[in-house]
Write a protein that binds this ligand. Structure first.
Ligand SMILES: [Zn+2]
Ligand SMILES: [Zn+2]
Length: 196
């Protein structure tokens, strides 16, 4: 009948893999999904209004990662959960991944200025994600990955200057984001006049 899409074998195979490998695989599959969701939030104007809340931080610190619109968190977590739950990972591995994401996100936003040259080709570092938040032209629509820069390499959005530099300014060009939680929460729903 419907066995063309029978995932049972894959699921039981994944379930038997070592814990650390499962967490790593979850990071790989979710990062692929999150890369495209993140890119959509930049490209589609009405979605950008939600994501602009995250980009409105003009000072990067470990808390900047937590500044996200509820709707975006819901869409992102919902869509990345699809491969996580269909591929048969152990619940413990999924829980560990959720913790990893939480700490990893604080880490890449933190304002610690390390140059992690040896790992930045393979793993997203603070400098990599800071470029995603940069205000200068070279920083527009680059570095969408959250764990593995590989996806930005593959899809042509990778930006990491060889000289180890960081962006000079952070934030969003054009419109000003209102201050305060509720104003930012309502921001995407409000009718907006053109840039000023
Ligand atoms: Zn973004
Ligand atoms: Zn960010």
């Amino acid at each position: 009948m419907n066995d063309a899409f029978d995932l049972t074998d894959i699921r039981s195979y994944i379930f038997t893999l070592p814990f650390v490998l499962q967490v790593f695989l979850i990071m790989i599959v979710t990062d692929f999904v999150q890369y495209w969701v993140h890119r959509m939030f930049h490209k589609i104007p009405w979605l950008w209004k939600f994501h602009a809340v995250h980009h409105s931080a003009e000072n990067m610190d470990w808390l900047a990662g937590a500044r996200m619109h509820f709707l975006e968190i819901g869409v992102l977590r919902g869509l990345t959960a699809v491969p996580m739950f269909t591929l048969g990972f152990k619940p413990e591995a999924i829980q560990a991944y959720v913790l990893v994401v939480y700490f990893y996100s604080s880490f890449v936003h933190a304002n610690i200025g390390w140059n992690l040259k040896s790992v930045e080709r393979f793993l997203v570092t603070p400098r990599f994600h800071h470029w995603h938040h940069g205000k200068e032209r070279a920083a527009i629509d680059v570095n969408f990955s959250i764990h593995f820069p590989l996806y930005d390499w593959l899809f042509g959005t990778h930006h990491m200057p060889e000289d180890g530099t960081w962006p000079k300014k952070y934030g969003v060009m054009g419109k000003k984001m209102p201050k305060g939680f509720w104003k930012q929460f309502m921001y995407p729903f409000r009718r907006q006049t053109e840039d000023k």
